[in-house]
Design a protein around this ligand. Sequence first.
Ligand code: NAD
Ligand code: DAU
Length: 339
Amino acid sequence: MKIIVTGGAGFIGGNFVHMMLEKYPDYSIICLDNLTYAGNMETLSPVMDNPKFKFIKADIADRAAVYKIFEDEKPDILVNFAAESHVDRSIEDPGIFIQTNVVGTGVLLDACRKYGITRYHQVSTDEVYGDLPLDRPDLFFTEDTPLHTSSPYSSSKAGADLLVMSYHRTFGLPVTISRCSNNYGPYHFPEKLIPLIIANALAEKQLPVYGKGENVRDWLYVEDHCHAIDLIIHNGRVGEVYNIGGHNERTNLQVVKTIIKELGKSEDLITYVTDRLGHDMRYAIDPTKIHDELGWEPTTLFDEGIKKTVKWYLENKSWWENIISGEYQSYYKKMYSDR
Ligand code: NAD
Ligand code: DAU
């Protein structure tokens, strides 16, 4: 079995590459990634010497490069993690989100159609469903919830999902889509809430909380997401969407305070800053379908997962200190100085 993992130098793709090589020593795993600011070869350093692993630097939107990889490698499965993934960046500069997330997905689908594939899996997000109100805790996103996006990021992901489904209906391409809630865990890029708060708290820097910190996210430990994708590509039904989430809803303020406590820092570091434009209020996944059809269940509860995550950032300082000492500095200044 040969699997192309696009975006494998990023957060979730990197965790997926590690898991697949360990779980399936007979599989060949190829990471296709063009190493944007979010891609990091250090994330892949533990597997670079594995003879079953290969890294290819390429842009998923580069048709000639992608076709050449398909010709050379003849993959059985493609799992598409590659994307521009940060909502705040999509508000600053939407163009690259459309290019990578929509055009790039289109190129991958064309390659799968041209060269053949047993499964194309699209890694999507719960953000395609928009948001839920805070005063209706009885509501959850199901696979039938209409797409209703808020940000350029989520709109580009929804556009990609629609393209994927159209290639199934029109051309019979064997596709699946998963829509997961917020992930956290090792190798998470420090622009995102949890690693940003860990890094800032360790440096005794202000902890920026958007608005009142009341927005709710449904957190899932990254390994649980990776296991779900593994189940879907092997046993999921073609043409189906699977929601992934573990009923772990927390307000942003709760998350920030949990990290502060874990690190023994002061809540005085919390700083309320200007809210994100169009900020989604609450995400909450109903994972009944993947549980009933594929037997998936999350195994890491938030209290345990956040401890493991904090420990990982403490033990792997060089991984994230390298990142935040580079161009991240100017990103941070731009995004946070006028908030
Ligand atoms: P990330 O930003 O950490 O990593 C993205 C990776 O894609 C990087 O390695 C980057 O170099 C690569 N990439 C970007 N543009 C590319 C291009 N044009 N060609 C090739 N590679 C390219 O992202 P992540 O948080 O790991 O998210 C991975 C996927 O999961 C995304 O599709 C995202 O929408 C989805 N998702 C993320 C979350 C989450 O909480 N992080 C939740 C649900 C779904
Ligand atoms: O729900 C899945 C999505 O989760 C994925 O599709 C996205 O790729 C991923 O980035 C994530 O999106 P969010 O916007 O929810 O994640 P982020 O870490 O950027 O923010 C989480 C919450 O914390 C959100 O309500 C905004 C808030 N926040 C974020 C940052 C970076 C702050 O209050 N302060 C901050 O500095």
